[in-house]
Design a protein around this ligand. Structure first.
Ligand code: UN1
Length: 497
């Protein structure tokens, strides 16, 4: 093996080492003997330098015309298209998900970049008539300043792009701290933007841990907006850190998403959706279908087919095109999976498939677990309520659509939900009554597209959305502008009566 590459932080347009001189390793979760690279273990000093560079760059970037800012983002989208295959391969090696999915992840970054590039010539505000004569009024978006982005490992390029692209087009500058498990994909994205001519300091990247980099970054007084995707537990501390300064704070957190299968559903279609939503990305999506609520009339039929198909899933190294499910991201995540399988057993859920770590042969060096299905799950069991973030699906039986909706809404999260039915009335009823940020009919709970708002209710989010137009609301602030050209004092609410 050749010399392992060392990757640097990106601050003020330069690739630089961490001030403290410490580094950390990035290993392949499918084969931990494979070292992808050495990355900077940064601390508050590197954060301060990055925020200082971003603050300085903001002075001119905010005045750079939005269509010009967007042209850089557009160029990056095209360049990402050219690099798609190599970036997908890097991502599979550092994150573990299969190639088809990492290609999808890069594609999601491409889609977001093209979409936000278009916003450079839109970013519409409102013009409205005034209640007074000879007075003009409108609203326009203004940037906020330096944005801090803290991103997870499950969508190592897509999620950074969801945050970086709208932030840049709106005129903000950025400091991103990517997940320690997947820094390479974020570096690939940042490098691409740099190569497309982003002025220095506009986008900065600092790698390292949450406590040493994430915390000082979100608490930094010159950071004006924080966008975080990760666990609900950490999200709460982000929210608290932002509160004293009333920083804009966007949180995208956990999920316990449900697929509801009615007695009139096309069962094979529902099984396809449950397999894809439950075991795609090894269950490590915040949109994963970790609960399947099935009408009792088709419960057995669904379960038999679902278990049968899950048993056939090929688990392995995602670089092998025939593999359908990769490993968990790391040892700790795998331990969580194992713990929940134990919890499910103890709670009396019926283990129908999987339930074990895979440790033999080629699995020996990775964090692999069998696709696992629990049946006859009671809605109150922990496996039916808590986010596991692994290949574990709980199947619950129900007697009606109303009961399915009730079960679906009974958890503390509210990201995504899905209904399989042929009945338009049932579809619209569930569409109205599911209290989730995303809802699907006859499709799984995963697979959101970039031009609609993405996010959830309850403990999934804090009222904001990313992607689509909604992302602009996170990264800009409204200014209402009134121009009085009457040449005299006109008092609103008083002189117009
Ligand atoms: C996530 O799991 O954090 O809808 C994001 C989906 C993907 C994004 C998932 N487009 O499943």
């Amino acid at each position: 093996m050749g010399k392992v590459k060392e990757y640097k932080n990106f601050i003020g347009g330069k690739w630089v080492g961490a001030q403290g001189g410490d580094t950390f390793e990035n290993r392949n979760p499918a084969n931990t003997s494979e070292l992808l690279g050495i990355f900077q273990k940064s601390d508050h000093r590197d954060v301060n330098n990055a925020v200082a560079a971003a603050s300085e760059a903001y002075r001119s970037w905010r005045l750079y015309p939005a269509p010009k800012r967007a042209e850089i983002v557009f160029a990056a989208a095209r360049r990402l298209m050219e690099s798609k295959e190599s970036f997908a391969r890097d991502m599979t090696r550092e994150m573990g998900k299969v190639l088809a999915e990492t290609r999808g992840d890069v594609q999601e970054a491409i889609d977001m970049s093209f979409y936000m590039a278009g916003e450079g010539r839109r970013m519409f505000g409102q013009t409205t008539p005034s209640e007074l004569p000879n007075k003009f009024q409108m609203s326009l978006r203004m940037p906020l300043g330096v944005g801090a982005m803290i991103t997870p490992w499950n969508f190592p390029m897509a999620i950074p792009s969801w945050k970086i692209m709208p932030a840049l087009v709106c005129g903000n500058t950025v400091v991103i701290k990517p997940a320690t498990d997947t820094p390479l994909s974020a570096i690939n994205l940042v490098r691409t933007l740099d190569e497309c001519g982003l002025p220095k300091g506009v986008l900065n990247l600092v790698t390292g841990t949450g406590s040493e980099v994430g915390t000082p970054l979100m608490k930094h007084p010159d950071v004006k907006v924080v966008s975080f995707t990760g666990s609900t537990e950490v999200g709460r501390s982000v929210s608290e850190a932002c509160a004293p300064q009333f920083k804009h704070c966007h949180l995208e957190m956990g999920g316990k998403n449900v697929i509801m299968v009615m007695d009139d559903a096309r069962i094979d279609l529902a099984v396809d959706g449950a397999l894809w939503g439950g075991f795609g990305t090894t269950g490590q999506r915040c949109t994963a279908s970790s609960r399947i609520v099935v009408h009792q009339k088709v419960y057995k039929k669904f379960l038999n087919r679902f278990v049968d198909r899950a048993r056939q899933l090929r688990v392995g190294n995602g670089l092998d095109e025939s593999v359908q499910m990769g490993p968990s991201i790391n040892e700790k995540q795998l331990e969580t999976v194992v713990r929940y399988v134990d919890i499910g057993r103890q709670e009396g859920a019926k283990l129908l498939c999987g339930g074990h770590r895979l440790t033999r042969g080629s699995y020996r060096k990775g964090w692999f677990h069998e696709p696992t299905i629990f049946a006859d799950v009671n809605r109150k069991m922990r496996v039916a309520c808590e986010e596991i973030f692994g290949p574990v699906v709980s199947v619950i039986s129900c007697r009606s659509l109303e009961e399915a909706i009730d079960i679906g809404n009974s958890v503390e999260y509210g990201l995504s939900s899905a209904l399989y039915t042929q009945d338009v009335n049932r579809a619209f009823t569930a569409m109205r009554d599911m209290y989730t940020g995303i809802f699907y009919v006859n499709a799984s709970t995963i697979g959101a597209e970039v031009h609609l708002p993405f996010g959830g209710t309850k403990n999934t989010g804090n009222g904001h959305r990313e992607a689509g137009q909604a992302a602009l609301d996170v990264f800009s602030e409204w200014k209402a502008v009134y121009v009085d050209f009457s040449g005299r004092l006109q008092r609103a609410q008083i002189d117009n009566n």
